[in-house]
Design a protein around this ligand. Structure first.
Ligand code: GLU
Length: 289
């Protein structure tokens, strides 16, 4: 079976050099290995994703000389599949609803921090400090019945205990040079949100479902997602999904050493193209000659 790679951008802005690097690397690795390349549109966040950004992704990738298989999987068309996975986790007793708003969570964290440092996840966000896990079932039902907004969280302590020691095969490198067999540390993320009342999924959940459903064998993506892989390994284990190999690559930085953002025009692919850059220029700029 040929290896299966994927490039999975979110259409919430225009692509920049960092995306070009990731897409070209996936393309090159697929070509060198006689593998396939899939494109997946990760558009679960309807407040930030826009059709013009999706159209621009197709245009920019074509300009980069990248061909992908069709039909393209668009996550917004598969909410039912993600909802079914949530149901399976709920049936294992691993999901609970939390009702605090973001502002309430922030206030709870401030309160906790008054008593000393409060743990943060690998992205630097404070772990969920709330007590929703111990809300009596009747109270949960009452709040949901009232139409209160909620987030569905993974009971991390139970989930991690159920799964036991998990590892992944890393062909690239983590932020501290981790490579080879990496021990997953999902506990570092606390009770992550896997779905919300209005969006029955999350990045973590949809990415593992789709990688498995699409038969992805090699996940090649930026090192900013390295430790997310801990959560992905846990979900794969709980849902009985196949485990791909991972290769996390360095991020392209701007002249000031900052991570590129979709709003920085200087490194946008459309801007570079308008200025007359060629594909060879882009490959040189990202170090893929
Ligand atoms: N959609 C994610 C992003 O644009 C990438 C997901 C992944 O490669 O796992 O950052």
């Amino acid at each position: 079976m040929p290896p299966v790679f994927r490039f999975a951008p979110s259409p919430n802005g225009y692509l920049h050099l960092g995306h070009a690097y990731s897409a070209l690397l996936n393309h090159d690795l697929a070509r060198q290995s006689g593998g396939r390349l899939l494109l997946r549109i990760e558009d679960i966040d309807s407040t930030r994703c826009r059709p013009e950004f999706e159209a621009a992704i197709y245009e920019d990738l074509a300009w980069l000389g990248i061909a992908w298989e069709t039909p393209v999987r668009r996550q917004s068309e598969h909410f039912a599949a993600y909802g079914a996975a949530i149901d399976r986790l709920a049936a294992q007793g691993l999901i609970y609803p939390s009702f605090e708003s973001r502002a309430e969570v922030a206030r709870l964290v401030t309160g906790k921090e008054a008593g000393g440092a409060w743990p943060r996840d690998p992205d630097g966000a404070p772990l969920y400090p709330g007590m929703a896990k111990s809300l009596p079932a009747g109270e949960r039902d009452r709040l949901i019945g009232q139409g209160a907004p909620f987030a569905l969280r993974l009971d991390m302590v139970q989930a991690a205990a159920r799964a036991g020691g998990l590892r992944w095969r890393e062909a690239g490198e983590g932020p501290a040079g981790e490579s080879g067999g990496v021990d997953a540390r999902p506990e570092a993320w606390g009770d992550v949100i896997l779905a919300r009342k209005e969006t029955p999924t999350s990045y973590h959940l949809s990415v593992v479902i789709d990688d498995a459903l699409q038969g992805v064998t090699d996940v090649v993506r930026g090192v900013d997602l390295f430790w997310s892989t801990s959560v992905h390994r846990l979900l794969q284990d709980l849902l009985g999904l196949a485990v791909p190999a991972y290769r996390h690559h360095a991020l392209i930085r701007d002249a000031a050493g900052q991570k590129l953002s979709k709003s920085t025009r200087a490194t946008g692919l459309r801007e570079l193209r308008a200025e007359g850059a060629s594909l060879a220029d882009i490959r040189r700029l990202v170090g893929l000659v």
